[in-house]
Ligand binder design. Structure first.
Ligand SMILES: *Cc1c(COP(=O)(O)O)cnc(C)c1O
Length: 375
């Protein structure tokens, strides 16, 4: 930060030092940029864990039938969407807060439950916002690294929890790794979390998990402790561009704090209507999820056959060690029309996260990768 004499031509405003020092969020390359760089028209967009099959036709109908009065302000309380979710999740609607994507709820939780000098705990490699949002409010962040076999290090997490972080951000399934905690693992972690720490369980990929993985919300409800469970319409329901996700809180008091930390009209009217329509057609979501899981297992086996170490995944993405600089590999893949996410976090810079796309997109990834690794 450069501080100039007041009134001098170079005078600068005050920069919040926490924000000025933030690491950059590593967002996937957009379609226009990928086309321009690769010179190709056929782009496999595998960087942002979107649903390659789109969304339910029930959503498209609501968006085109003229029923959304988008010239009016949206409902700041998202009444219909909260009531629909509350019935499904068997929780009090007043314990649900809807966000402009669940990422807004990560920011709101950081504003509401952290402050300068507070502490947050998460895992490494980490979902960028689980680190960025606590840092933005001046908190410190401790990250517990994954094990050598690409899994949660439950004993190390339990040990780190004993220091009593103000917030514990736990993604399960784990973006970017893919692992999800089983019943014993989650039970151990819940038990190790002091009741004065807010447990934020980020279940953005909840709909993709196998039967072996427990419902984290159900387990936290039983544990009688403060928590927030985050879920989203961006991944399995295919509404990433509409920006709608939600927080289920352990108490109305926690939900009120989260609400107070967001902007009043945060969820637009189109997104609210689309989310309700998506919930009305869960069969579409289930079908898309099962196709994606079949493809995920096929791609994982193919990557393994190339000699790559691939993490077990309960999500719609795969994380693997490319054995070389992932940013350079991502550029080579981009030249072949494939956009992935090179992991840029220190200690994980040879790792790549690739979303599961359509079968054709996945084939494009596998062919490009095999050509590059053999060159
Ligand atoms: C994608 C993702 C989110 C954010 O989803 P939005 O609802 O689109 O904001 C949150 N957490 C994790 C772990 C994710 O992977």
């Amino acid at each position: 930060m450069k501080v100039d004499e007041p009134g001098s031509p170079q005078a600068e405003p005050y920069y919040n030092p926490h924000v000025a020092a933030l690491p950059k969020y590593n967002a996937g390359l957009n379609l226009a940029a990928a086309k321009a760089v690769s010179g190709l028209d056929q782009i496999a967009r595998l960087a942002s864990n979107e649903n390659p099959h789109g969304c339910s036709p029930a959503v498209s109908r609501v968006l085109s039938d003229g029923s959304v009065e988008f010239w009016r302000y949206s409902d700041p309380n998202c009444e219909l969407l909260r009531a629909t979710l509350a019935a499904r999740l068997e929780v009090d609607a007043n314990e649900i807060v809807i966000g402009n994507g669940s990422e807004e709820m990560i920011a709101a939780a950081s504003r509401a439950f952290l402050t300068e000098g507070a502490s947050a705990l998460t895992v490494a490699p980490c979902f960028g916002l689980h680190e960025i949002e606590p840092l933005a409010v001046g908190a410190s962040v401790v990250k517990v690294p994954m094990t050598a076999d690409f899994d949660f290090d439950v004993p190390a997490i339990a040990a780190a929890l004993s220091s009593g972080p103000n917030i514990f951000f736990l993604p399960s399934p784990w973006n970017p790794v893919g692992a999800a905690l089983d019943h014993a693992g989650l039970a151990r972690v819940i038990e190790a979390t002091p009741k004065t720490s807010l447990f934020v369980l980020d279940e953005a990929y909840h709909e993709f998990v196998s039967d072996a993985i427990p419902d984290g919300l159900a387990m936290l409800k039983k544990a009688q402790r403060p928590y927030i469970v985050l879920r989203t319409f961006s991944k399995a329901f295919g509404l990433a561009g509409l920006r709608v996700g939600y927080a289920v809180c352990s108490s109305i008091k926690i939900a009120k704090m989260l609400s107070a930390a967001k902007t009043p009209f945060n969820v637009n009217a189109v997104a609210q209507a689309a989310a309700v329509a998506a919930l009305g057609d869960e069969a579409w979501m289930r079908e898309a999820v099962s196709r994606i899981r079949v493809e995920r297992d096929r791609v994982a086996a193919a990557l393994g056959a190339m000699g790559l170490r691939v993490a077990r995944s309960e999500g719609n993405f795969l994380f693997f060690d490319s054995g070389r600089d992932s940013a350079e590999l991502a550029i080579d893949l981009l030249r072949a029309g494939v956009v992935v996410k090179p992991w840029l976090e220190p200690s994980y810079r040879t790792f790549v996260r690739a979303s599961i796309g359509t079968a054709a997109e996945n084939d494009q990834l596998l062919a490009a990768l095999s050509a590059i690794l053999q060159a």
